[in-house]
Design a binder for this molecule. Structure first.
Ligand SMILES: N=C(N)NCCC[C@H](NC(=O)[C@@H]1CCC/C1=C\[C@H](COP(=O)(O)O)NC(=O)[C@@H](N)Cc1ccccc1)C(N)=O
Length: 161
């Protein structure tokens, strides 16, 4: 069997079969590899911490600093353990149906995808950091991950396609 959108066609010129992708219009002589779920779509909720590779976020810039007269805090100061605790609280609320990953990501995620309810769009293997990729590709569509650690911080991932 062939990956999605691929079909076998016959070339009269060379009187032999070839493979054609009806979506990308790509054609090739050898069969396309049956990658495991080559392309998926997912949303995520990212909570960063002080050791994140980029310890700042749109949220930290907008958080009203009631007690400090200084400029909005640029650097995220929470520890990795605190970030995990925050994320586990969101995980529980999503799992009990109290909220959705999209709603939680919109207000809580430290990733700029927050503005799209955490949606990352479609991606293939090789694009995301390995722990994120491995977790996302292991999910069934509609399934929520356990907390996943990458250099960016701690993520909850929902596979959407
Ligand atoms: N859709 C893609 N192909 N975008 C490139 C992904 C690059 C990839 N990113 C990651 O692996 C993690 C997991 C998901 C998000 C993410 C990290 C960061 C946040 O962490 P930070 O970089 O501050 O450490 N968000 C992003 O990258 C954003 N562009 C995701 C995004 C935002 C808006 C719309 C679509 C996608 C990597 N190889 O670093």
């Amino acid at each position: 069997e062939l990956p999605q959108n691929w079909e076998v066609r016959h070339s009269r010129t060379y009187s032999k079969d070839y493979y054609f992708n009806t979506l990308t219009k790509e054609s090739r002589w050898d069969p396309p590899p049956m990658g495991e779920n080559e392309r998926i779509r997912a949303s995520h909720l990212l909570i960063k911490h002080k050791d994140s590779r980029r310890p700042s976020s749109w949220k930290e810039m907008l958080t009203p600093h009631l007690f400090s007269l200084s400029l909005p805090q640029e650097k995220i100061l929470r520890t990795k353990e605190e970030a995990l605790e925050i994320l586990k609280r969101h995980q529980k609320r999503i799992e009990t149906g109290e909220t959705t990953l999209s709603a939680a990501a919109t207000t809580e995620s430290d990733c700029s995808s927050a503005r799209r309810g955490g949606d990352l769009g479609h991606f293939e293997r090789g694009q995301m950091q390995k722990p994120f990729e491995d977790a996302a590709f292991a999910l069934e569509v509609g399934q929520l991950s356990e907390p996943v650690f990458t250099d960016s911080g701690v993520h909850l991932i929902l596979r959407t396609a």
